[in-house]
Design a protein. Structure first.
Length: 509
């Protein structure tokens, strides 16, 4: 997509820019010549994106009318890309409230168009029979359409792209299980769509005529069962043919736990995804082409979308992942920085030791931690902790890394999230595993007064109630092995890191 110099750019607000689609939409809008403002609850999460300097970032929440009103001021087009991947009445009520606030404030601000990405709903199925996830996304679309602001509601089924939750679920189920006993929903017909075509429709929707306010179904050219999708994924990925045996006994709840154990997608996110696959989701029209004309070769077919996604993964060019957004139920409180913090107990495990390597070499090891590189201490203990976390509905260790060598604020890193990174000096991770409290892990690459490299590591835990205190004291006997071993092994790995004559680490091949 390229900017048309004859047409002035629009002022666009993007909500959900820290998420999978929003984080990819922003650079596409910039390339089209639009000016972009991002609304984020935690603006720091956008700080390290390559486009951060080219956008305006404002702090706020879609459930807060005042912050929404401020964010919508002087905006032409507002993209609503927020929703909760959770279940229950509270989740639907929150989505309903946020959509009403957004629509009301957009109308008051004189916004010309709203654009919303929702889910493709099955034809002829009463709304009450839909999954809570699909039902809520459908309701949000209706609320925005009724707001009095011209609205484009794009409805998509499974989005195929590197890092999407749907793609990761498909990918890991197919790659890890050559023989699968699967739920009945693998027989459901689906019309998947490539993330590139979703982005093209989103960008093109900004310039729709003012008299157009409606829903549009968007999908690729292929209508497949989930079973066929797994079979074709295996063929594109060069895997042996998979044996898939559907059985009727796996309920959506059991399916979500099965997916959660096999793939990086936790049960809290897998459940709404699998519930949405109970009914056939096939496009009923392709009217979007009237306003966003199809390009040659588009929309992409399923095989080509998979091939491009796998190529992105191999080349480490995954710009956003499903885990870019916070996982429901994960802690989000920042580390208390006041030295006289009065919020209660804050337990600390501190490790410091000299490193026989350059500071740059040490930082390279620190920034490369996690994922396939591991955690440099007692792998069995980390693996067991990850499995226990999955069993209680947590994210476990399977999320891995977005990039094998580089991190940015907001990245998920196994069952941690990057809360702060100061290149060459500090990496602070916030725990997202299930804990009776809040936990952080800090790693520093420093130089002492004599000019020698030092590694400093600090684990912190703020307990919640008696259970939190009991948890800390029950695991503290293992800290010498886990945290002490981690510090020693990181220092040793840095000492083994080859450097150039100038002292810079040799690039990873």
């Amino acid at each position: 997509m390229h900017a048309d110099e004859a047409v002035p750019g629009l002022r666009c607000l993007v909500t959900g820019a820290t998420g999978y689609v929003g984080g990819r939409l922003v650079p596409e809008l910039l390339a089209e010549g639009h000016r972009v403002r991002c609304l984020a609850r935690t603006p720091a999460k956008l700080r390290d994106h390559p486009w951060a300097a080219d956008v305006e970032v404002v702090s706020g929440d879609v459930t807060d009318a005042a912050s929404v009103a401020a964010a919508l001021r002087d905006v032409d087009v507002a993209y609503y890309l927020v929703h909760a991947l959770d279940t229950g009445d509270r989740f639907e009520e929150t989505d309903r409230k946020a959509a009403r606030i957004f629509g009301e404030q957009a109308r008051a601000a004189g916004v010309r168009r709203l654009v919303y990405l929702g889910g493709l709903t099955p034809s002829g199925v009463p709304e009450r029979e839909l999954s809570p996830h699909l039902r809520s996304r459908s309701e949000v679309g209706r609320i925005l359409l009724d707001s009095g602001v011209p609205t484009t509601v794009l409805r998509a089924a499974v989005v195929i792209g590197s890092g999407s939750a749907s793609f990761e679920m498909l990918r890991y189920l197919t790659e890890r299980l050559p023989v699968m006993i699967t739920p009945n929903w693998v027989r459901t017909r689906i019309q998947p769509v490539a993330v590139r075509d979703v982005l093209r429709a989103l960008v093109g929707s900004a310039r729709m005529p003012a008299d157009v306010s409606r829903t549009f179904d968007i999908g690729g050219p292929d209508v497949l069962t989930y079973r066929e999708m797994m079979t074709r994924y295996a063929a594109v990925a060069g895997l042996p043919r998979r044996l898939i045996l559907p059985v009727p006994v796996l309920t959506p709840r059991l399916s979500s736990h099965w997916v959660g154990l096999v793939t990086p997608v936790p049960a809290s996110i897998a459940r709404p995804l699998t519930e949405s696959l109970r009914h056939e989701v096939v496009c009923r029209e392709h009217d979007i082409a009237r306003y966003v004309p199809d390009l040659p070769g588009h929309p992409l077919g399923f095989d080509e979308a998979v091939r491009l996604a796998l190529q992105r993964i191999r080349e480490a060019k995954v710009t956003t992942r499903w885990s870019s957004a916070s996982v429901p139920g994960a802690p989000s409180d920042p580390l208390p920085t006041d030295p006289d913090w009065a919020g209660g107990s804050l337990y600390t495990d501190l490790r410091e030791l000299p490193v026989d390597a350059s500071r740059e070499a040490l930082w390279r090891v620190v920034e490369g931690i996690g994922g396939e590189n591991g955690w440099y201490s007692f792998p069995l203990a980390w693996a067991v902790r990850g499995r226990l976390d999955r069993l209680v509905g947590g994210v476990g260790l399977r999320r891995g890394r977005r990039d094998a060598a580089r991190l940015r604020v907001g990245d998920s890193l196994d069952f941690w999230r990057v809360e702060e990174i100061r290149p060459g000096h500090l990496l602070r991770l916030r725990a997202e595993m299930r804990l009776p409290g809040l936990a952080w892990l800090e790693m520093y690459a420093e130089t002492d007064d004599a000019g020698r490299t030092r590694y400093r590591q600090r684990a912190l835990f703020h307990p919640h109630g008696l259970a939190g205190h009991a948890y800390w004291w029950s695991v503290s006997p293992f800290h010498a092995v886990v945290f002490g071993g981690m510090a020693r092994n990181i220092a040793a790995a840095a000492a083994r890191t080859p450097t150039t004559p100038a002292g810079e680490p040799t690039p990873i091949g």
